[in-house]
Design a protein around this ligand. Structure first.
Ligand SMILES: Cc1cc2nc3c(=O)[nH]c(=O)nc-3n(C[C@H](O)[C@H](O)[C@H](O)COP(=O)(O)O)c2cc1C
Length: 272
């Protein structure tokens, strides 16, 4: 019987293949084993960002603190066509927290293609049902947190906008995922910029239903009568700034949460 010669051409190939096989088993095994942990961490990350927008947590927090605070939050599914709550079974889940609206946005059964003029957020398709998160007190909405997304310069920015129970005053706003340039569009993550949002108004309710909140190139002047509706644009990042104004107008407009927010203001957003 011939002995295995690892220095021959065939021996080298066999050893290389064996090393590849062992490595691929280790990598795919690790991926399978870590998948549940990754899922738990990604849900935890979303919860943390919701709580940050709602100003319920600041600074570093533990997973346990996130879970404790999140028990104050009620996830609900809203029909964007009517502004009303629907049962989670309508979107095929047992609990609203398990609904994946980004996946629904790709499914023609649960979403619609947006015409160019409608698609100011640059998202191409809009899901019919969206998850919202409420914090309620004796049946009244105290805060509502809305998922928003839209295109900046290089990427889609994903974030949460939290409003007070008047469905008009901003509690907090922040993005948890984007790929804008650090130091330019990436300044959306700068705490100084984020700190400008609380107290800003979305609509002039006496004037009409169109969102007025927008980013102001060159910065908001304190004596500007519209200062309540303005936040400083990002320096050197006009395109990201324009994208943020557009995505807010989309999600707070008639294609987005406008009807739902009207229902909150009229006291009709009942428990679903
Ligand atoms: C490498 C590089 C990265 C850039 N990243 C961004 C960005 O993330 N967001 C943005 O709006 N503009 C970005 N810009 C700048 C835009 O190309 C454009 O010049 C800018 O938005 C105009 O804004 P300004 O009128 O405030 O100067 C980048 C430019 C370069 C060269």
């Amino acid at each position: 019987m011939s002995r295995f010669n690892k220095d021959s051409v065939s021996g080298t190939v066999i050893v290389a293949l064996a090393v590849c096989l062992v490595c691929s088993i280790i990598v795919s095994g690790a991926a399978v084993i870590l998948k549940p942990t990754q899922k738990v961490n990604s849900v935890l990350n979303v919860k943390q960002n919701i709580l940050r927008a709602a100003n319920l947590i600041t600074g570093p927090v533990t997973a346990q603190e996130v879970e404790e605070k999140f028990s104050l939050v009620t996830p609900r599914i809203v029909d964007l066509e009517t502004g009303e709550y629907v049962d989670p079974s309508v979107v095929g889940v047992a609990e609203a927290i398990n609904y994946d609206q980004f996946r629904a946005a790709k499914d023609p059964q649960f979403s619609k293609a947006l015409a160019g003029s409608e698609d100011i957020a640059g998202i191409k398709r809009r899901e019919r049902y969206a998850t919202v998160y409420t914090i309620e007190n004796e049946g009244q909405i105290d805060r509502v947190i809305l998922p928003v997304r839209g295109y900046g310069l290089w990427s889609t920015l994903y974030g949460f906008l939290a409003l007070e129970g008047d469905a008009n005053t901003v509690v907090g706003f922040g993005f948890y995922e984007h790929a804008e340039t650090p130091g330019l569009g990436g300044e959306v993550d700068n705490p100084n910029w984020i700190s400008q949002w609380p107290g800003k108004k979305i609509y002039d309710l006496e004037e009409g239903a169109e969102p007025k909140i927008h980013l102001v190139k060159g910065g908001v002047r304190a004596n500007d009568p519209e200062a309540n509706y303005g936040v400083d644009a990002l320096a050197g990042a006009t395109l990201t700034s324009r994208g943020i104004t557009n995505l807010l107008h989309f999600w707070l407009g008639e294609q987005g949460f406008q009807k739902y927010l009207e229902q909150i203001r009229s006291g009709e957003a009942s428990n679903g």
